[in-house]
Each structure stands twice: as structure tokens, then as C-alpha cells.
Design a protein around this ligand. Structure first.
Ligand SMILES: C[S@@+](CC[C@H](N)C(=O)[O-])C[C@H]1O[C@@H](n2cnc3c(N)ncnc32)[C@H](O)[C@@H]1O
Ligand SMILES: [Zn+2]
Length: 294
């Protein structure tokens, strides 16, 4: 497979081709290849690239925490559901709001291990930094995509807007949306006939022990979302406990959560004074098939 066959110009949706270090569309829009190997497909002015110090800290915390593997059972659950619900053969996955691509690479690798399919995975995030990290790690893992070059197992990350994906109509086998906004209509446009949408969202018990220490009134999963045009075909709760072994890991997880912005000084002190903490991780995985009632 070749990623250029499914990518489309983010400005006019025409076909793209590569000319050395530039990606061009038929109408003459051009996009430069970054040294990390990605192409910025965010329409001008739509980026979130000017980051404040706080945001940088938050991204660093997420990168370090995920690298510890504490959420690996969640991406492994995604890989199993993809394996169960997608036909073997040529498989195109789109991670919509992929962050730095940690889960993207994990479930792509896991699915590839099952054998029997060519896989092309594309990840899009509003953050340029996310795409750069994703590409770097895809290359490290040995399945980073060189744009325009064919392969049987490729992963490629792009700065892009998930509400207006730079992808051809009906080009994707599955859209994966993990803890990110779900763009229902756009997902229907890019999915192949019978394609699936797989979502991951925090469950009710998620990080309960941390919330209790913080006395926060933030709650997860109050209402199951409805996605018109899709029919739910499977769901699974991934629930386990994990022990955070030191203060840095506790602080990193805290910074990834919405509690970080909502906690009293007293709650924060109580949490950050802990040497270790055992927390429940609870994620709701849901699979929807394209073709439900609109
Ligand atoms: C909570 S993070 C989850 C990241 C990743 N899926 C994970 O689980 O590690 C949500 C992500 O959605 C991205 N996002 C939000 N709105 C977006 C948009 N309109 N287009 C692309 N990405 C978006 C954010 O930049 C952020 O990286
Ligand atoms: Zn164009």
C-alpha cells in the first residue's frame, strides 16, 4: 500500500503526489516534507502549534507516562477488537486525534503480529509536535512510512484537523478515536462500506483512587454518546489496577487529567505527597459499524 493513494489535499481534496521534498496537489497547492518525515496537512490558521509552557509540560507528562506502558492493556484491547471485526487483507486505519501516537503504534504493532493483513495506519492530530513524535517513534519501531513508498506495514502521522480529514472518500477500514472528539459525519465520509468506528472513553471508575484523594467533582462517563449513522456492534470494558511507583509518575498522570485544572491546593498537596499510588484504570471501548440509522 502507498499512503499517497488515500491522502487528499486539505485545501481542495484533489489527489496528491510527491516531487522530491514536496507533496503537491493537482491544483498546485504544495506541502513541504518535514525532516521528521511528516507533511503538515493542517489548513493555515487551524493549528495549535504556538504552545504555552503549560501545554508543553502537559505533553511531556503524557509522553513520559504512556512510555511507561501503564495504559498498554487499553491499546491491546483496541487491537483485539480490530482483529475481531475487520476482514483480513488490506487494512487502512485512521487514528483521529492520535496525540503523539503511542497507542496508534501499539495497536498497529499488535494487529500486525496476528498476521494475515497488510496494514496502513495514518494518525492525525491538531498538534504538529504530536505528529513529529509519532513519526520519530514509528521509525524507531521499524514501520514508519516514507511518503510515496509502498509497504505492507506502514504508519504515518500528520498534523491535520479531524473534522476535515485530508483523506479520500471511503478509503478507510476503521477510524479509531481514543479520548478525542468524535467527528461523526467526517468519519462516515472516509469509511469504506461496512467500515467501523472504534472509540475509547474513560469509564466511571477511572482513576477513582486519585479522585478521592483530590476531592474533585470531575466525573467520567455520565452518558453514553450517540453516533447517528452508526450502529453499535460491540463493547468492552478494560478495567485493571496499576501501581504508580514514584512521585514523578503520579505527577505525570495527574497532569494528563482534567483534575489538573480543577483541584484545590489541599487536594493537590495530598496527592503529590504520596510515594506510590494504586489506581483503577477503566476504559470503555465501543465498536460501531457504518450504516446505522441516520
Ligand atoms: C486527550 S488527547 C488523546 C490523544 C491520544 N489519542 C491518546 O489517547 O494518547 C486528545 C487529542 O485530540 C486532539 N484534538 C482535539 N481536537 C482536534 C481536532 N479538531 N483535530 C485534530 N486533533 C484534535 C488533541 O490535540 C489531543 O492530542
Ligand atoms: Zn489542493
Amino acid at each position: 500500500m502507498n499512503v499517497l493513494s488515500i491522502l487528499r489535499c486539505p485545501l481542495c481534496r484533489s489527489v496528491l503526489h510527491r516531487d522530491d521534498k514536496t507533496i503537491l496537489c493537482e491544483a498546485g497547492h504544495c506541502f513541504d516534507l518535514a525532516k521528521e518525515g511528516y507533511v503538515n496537512l493542517l489548513p493555515p490558521g487551524k493549528g495549535k502549534n504556538a504552545r504555552t509552557g503549560d501545554e508543553k509540560d502537559m505533553l511531556r507528562a503524557r509522553r513520559e507516562f504512556l512510555a511507561g506502558g501503564y495504559y498498554a492493556p487499553v491499546s491491546d484491547g483496541i487491537a483485539s477488537l480490530l482483529h475481531a471485526h475487520l476482514p483480513a487483507g488490506e487494512t487502512v486505519l485512521c487514528d483521529s486525534g492520535c496525540g503523539e501516537g503511542w497507542h496508534t503504534l501499539r495497536y498497529t504493532g499488535r494487529l500486525a503480529e496476528q498476521g494475515g493483513r497488510e496494514i496502513l495506519t495514518v494518525g492525525f492530530d491538531a498538534s504538529k509536535y504530536g505528529a513529529a513524535c509519532g513519526m520519530k517513534n514509528a521509525r524507531r519501531d521499524g514501520f514508519g512510512c516514507e511518503i510515496g513508498i509502498d509497504g505492507d506495514l506502514l504508519t504515518c502521522f500528520f498534523p491535520g484537523n479531524l473534522f476535515s480529514l485530508p483523506l479520500a472518500d471511503h478509503s478507510v477500514s476503521a477510524v479509531i478515536s481514543m479520548f478525542a472528539p468524535v467527528a461523526v459525519e467526517e468519519n462516515l465520509r472516509v469509511l469504506r462500506n461496512g467500515g467501523i468506528l472504534l472509540t475509547a472513553a474513560s469509564g466511571k471508575e477511572h482513576l477513582r483512587e486519585m479522585r478521592e484523594l483530590l476531592y474533585t467533582d470531575v466525573h467520567y462517563a455520565e452518558k453514553e454518546p450517540v453516533h447517528p449513522g452508526f450502529a453499535k456492534i460491540a463493547e468492552e470494558t478494560v478495567r485493571y489496577t496499576v501501581t504508580l511507583p514514584d512521585r514523578d509518575t503520579i505527577a505525570n498522570l495527574f497532569m494528563m487529567t482534567p483534575f489538573y485544572y480543577k483541584t484545590t491546593a489541599e487536594g493537590r498537596e495530598k496527592l503529590l505527597g504520596r510515594d506510590t499510588l494504586t489506581v483503577t484504570v477503566e476504559t470503555e471501548l465501543r465498536v460501531y459499524r457504518e450504516g446505522g440509522t441516520v
